[in-house]
Design a binder for this molecule. Structure first.
Ligand SMILES: Cc1cc2nc3c(=O)[nH]c(=O)nc-3n(C[C@H](O)[C@H](O)[C@H](O)COP(=O)(O)OP(=O)(O)OC[C@H]3O[C@@H](n4cnc5c(N)ncnc54)[C@H](O)[C@@H]3O)c2cc1C
Length: 398
C-alpha cells in the first residue's frame, strides 16, 4: 500500500489527511495516511488572542482516529526528499524514520522573536504555551506592587494579530483592573515601525480602524520600534520610555524552518512555491499547504498565511496526492474570493471583501460573523467521520 505522510497537525495538515482519506474512498483505492505532529491537539491559533487560550485546541485523535489516519506524536527534524524519508524525534527522545511515497508539508509558521535587550520579558500569542503564559501574567497583575505601568500593555506590531490583541486587551485588562478598582489605570499602546496602522491591510479599512482605536483610547506610536524593555518599562527607538508591565510582540511571521530542507524556491517569508496542484515546484512527490506554501490565489495575488487559505489548501493537497497515486483527476487550487474578518474587541469587528479590502460590514453584525468563524467554522468535526469526510469534499469555505 502506498504511504502518504503529512507533517503538521494544524488546519492544513488535518484537512490534507482528511482530504486524502476522502479522495481514496471516492476512488475506491487504498492508501495509508500518517500524520506526524509534535502535539496531541490541533491548536486553534486564530483564537489565541482570546481569554482562556488553553481551551483553544481540538484532540487530533478525535478528528483523525475515526477515519483511520495513523498519528505519530513526534517532531520532524530532517526531510530527505531524495530518499523519500523523514526523521523525527518522539516524546521520549527516540529517533523515528518514516518513509513516504507522497509527502505533504504543513508545518505552519512561527513568529520571529525580537532580540533587543530585555526581549526575554516580552510575551507573544503565537503558540498555545505562549498565549497561556501571557494569560497567566495578566491574571497575576493585581498581585504586583502598584506602579505607574501595572495595567499598561504595549503591543508591538499593528497588523491583524496586533490589532486583535490590542483591542481585546481593552476588555481583558479592564476586567482584571476593575476587580481591584483600578479600571482607570488601563492603558494600551500600539507600536509599529510603519507610519500607518495595519500597513498590510491597505488604505480601505484604515479610517474605520483608526476611528475604533480612538474610540477605545488606544494610543499609537508609529514609525518607531522598541529599543529595549524591562519588566517595568519599554524604551522606544526615539527614546520615549513607557512604563508598562506588559509587552506583547506580534510582528513578523515566517514559514516553518522545515521548508529550508526542501530544495524548492522560497519567498521572503520562507514559503515554498507550489504549482496549481500544490506540488512543490521541481521537487517530485512533495506537496505543501497552509503557511509553509505560497500558491497563486485569484487576480494575480498570492495566498496569505491565514486559515482562510490553509483550510482549502489542505483539502486540495490531500485530494491531489491521492490523485497522483491512484491516477484519478487532480484539482487545481481555487480559493474563495479573498475576504478578512478582524476582531476589534468591544468595538465589534470589521469585514472586508477583495484584495483592496473594501469594508463590507462593521460593528455588531461583523462581530457576530467573527464569533461564528471562531467558534464554529474553523473547527473540524470530532468523533464524526462522515461529517468530517463530507466537509473534506467541500473545497469552498462559503
Ligand atoms: C494570534 C493569531 C491570530 C490569527 N488570526 C487569524 C485570523 O483571524 N484569520 C486567519 O485566517 N488566520 C489567522 N491567523 C493565522 C492562522 O492561525 C494560520 O495561518 C494557520 O494556523 C495556518 O495553518 P497551518 O496548518 O498552515 O499551520 P499551523 O496552524 O501553524 O499548524 C502547524 C502544525 O505543524 C506542527 N509542526 C510544526 N513544526 C513541526 C515539526 N518540526 N514536526 C512536527 N510537527 C510540526 C505544529 O505543531 C502544528 O500542528 C492567526 C494566527 C495567530 C497566531
Amino acid at each position: 500500500m502506498k504511504d502518504i505522510l503529512v507533517i503538521g497537525g494544524g488546519f492544513a495538515g488535518v484537512w490534507s489527511a482528511a482530504g486524502a482519506v476522502r479522495a481514496a474512498r471516492e476512488a475506491g483505492g487504498e492508501v495509508r495516511v500518517t500524520l506526524v505532529s509534535g502535539g496531541d491537539d490541533m491548536v486553534v491559533r486564530p483564537r489565541l488572542y482570546e481569554e482562556d487560550p488553553e481551551s483553544m485546541r481540538v484532540s487530533l485523535d478525535r478528528v483523525l482516529g475515526p477515519i483511520g489516519v495513523r498519528r505519530v506524536a513526534a517532531t520532524v527534524s530532517e526531510i530527505d526528499t531524495e530518499a523519500h524519508t523523514v526523521r523525527a524525534v518522539g516524546r521520549t527522545g527516540e529517533e523515528l524514520d518514516l518513509a513516504y511515497d507522497k509527502l505533504v508539508l504543513a508545518a505552519g509558521s512561527r513568529l520571529v522573536r525580537p532580540s533587543f535587550p530585555g526581549a526575554q520579558d516580552v510575551f507573544d500569542i503565537d503558540t498555545l504555551p505562549a498565549a497561556a503564559a501571557f494569560d497567566h501574567h495578566l491574571r497575576r497583575l493585581p498581585q504586583r506592587v502598584s506602579s505607574p505601568g501595572r495595567y499598561t500593555a504595549v503591543v508591538v506590531g499593528a497588523g491583524f494579530t496586533g490589532l486583535e490583541i490590542a483591542t481585546a486587551l481593552c476588555e481583558r485588562l479592564r476586567a482584571i483592573a476593575d476587580a481591584q478598582g483600578a479600571g482607570e489605570e488601563v492603558r494600551v499602546v500600539m507600536v509599529d515601525r510603519a507610519d500607518v496602522i495595519g500597513p498590510e491591510l491597505g488604505p480601505g479599512p484604515r479610517p474605520h480602524i483608526d476611528g475604533t482605536l480612538d474610540e477605545l483610547k488606544i494610543e499609537r506610536r508609529l514609525g518607531r520600534t522598541v529599543a529595549s524593555a524591562t519588566s517595568e518599562d519599554v524604551t522606544l527607538s526615539d527614546g520615549e520610555v513607557i512604563p508598562a508591565a506588559t509587552i506583547v510582540w506580534t510582528a513578523g511571521m515566517v514559514a516553518s524552518p522545515l521548508t529550508a530542507q526542501i530544495p524548492g524556491e522560497r519567498d521572503r517569508l520562507g514559503r515554498l512555491s507550489v504549482d496549481a496542484y500544490l506540488r512543490v515546484t521541481g521537487v517530485p512527490d512533495v506537496y505543501a499547504a497552509g503557511d509553509t506554501a505560497v500558491a497563486a490565489a485569484e487576480e494575480g495575488h498570492d495566498t496569505t498565511q491565514s486559515c482562510q487559505h490553509a483550510l482549502p489548501m489542505g483539502k486540495f493537497a490531500g485530494h491531489n496526492v491521492v490523485a497522483d497515486l491512484l491516477g484519478t483527476d487532480p484539482l487545481p487550487f481555487t480559493p474563495d474570493p479573498y475576504s478578512t474578518c478582524l476582531d476589534l474587541g468591544p468595538a465589534g469587528a470589521l469585514v472586508t471583501q477583495g484584495w483592496d479590502r473594501t469594508v463590507q460590514m462593521t460593528g455588531e453584525d461583523a462581530k457576530a460573523l467573527k464569533r461564528d468563524i471562531n467558534v464554529l467554522w474553523i473547527y473540524p468535526p470530532v468523533d464524526d467521520p462522515e461529517q468530517l469526510l463530507a466537509q473534506a469534499g467541500r473545497f469552498s469555505n462559503l
